[in-house]
Design a protein around this ligand. Structure first.
Ligand SMILES: NC(=O)c1ccc[n+]([C@@H]2O[C@H](COP(=O)([O-])OP(=O)(O)OC[C@H]3O[C@@H](n4cnc5c(N)ncnc54)[C@H](OP(=O)(O)O)[C@@H]3O)[C@@H](O)[C@H]2O)c1
Length: 142
């Protein structure tokens, strides 16, 4: 589990840095410049869970690729820090997706935008030592 998290962290840093091959990032993540368009009105990407980690990295990458970005999460201060780091326009939406009201709030703030890309990343990962974890947790020890 720890090794997998380390590999994932390295992958995120590589994608966020812009050094990863475009074939991997723009096609695999759907971040193609053609999708974003060349006109003055940038289409929108919605990134859920954009206040930290993978979501914040994806938001920065989408912004660099030509999208305006809806930054969603629960921590407004963290979302505003991510917004300040972007190249282009953004909109912060604070909503708890654990409740239907939160999902409706997010939808309400996005429905009039020209949204072309959804990076639905919000969630929680439990990271704990692999050795000693019960088999029911996906660990290998008995
Ligand atoms: N890192 C890993 O090793 C790993 C492995 C497998 C899968 N994943 C998945 O990849 C995604 C991102 O992981 P990460 O490591 O970048 O996690 P992270 O840094 O903890 O970020 C999680 C994001 O999800 C948001 N979030 C969590 N619960 C939410 C809720 N109820 N409503 C709205 N927003 C919520 C958080 O927002 P606030 O902090 O603003 O509340 C935060 O922006 C998660 O879905 C995770 O399960 C990660």
């Amino acid at each position: 589990m720890v090794r997998r998290a380390a590999i994932l962290g390295s992958l995120v840093a590589w994608v966020a840095s812009g050094a990863a091959p475009r074939a991997l990032t723009t096609q695999a993540l759907g971040l193609s410049p053609a999708a974003a368009g060349d006109g003055p009105a940038r289409p929108w990407a919605v990134v859920t869970g954009a206040s930290s980690g993978i979501g914040a990295a994806l938001a920065r990458r989408a912004s660099r690729e030509g999208y305006s970005v809806v930054l969603h999460g629960r921590d407004r201060a963290a979302l505003e820090r991510v917004a300040a780091s972007l190249d282009g326009a953004s909109r912060v939406v604070v909503a708890d997706l654990a409740s239907p009201r939160g999902a409706e709030r997010l939808y309400g703030r996005c429905k009039r935008l020209d949204v072309r890309l959804l990076l639905n990343n919000a969630g929680a990962a439990r990271v704990k030592p692999f050795v000693g974890a019960p088999a029911s947790d996906g660990g290998g020890s008995r």
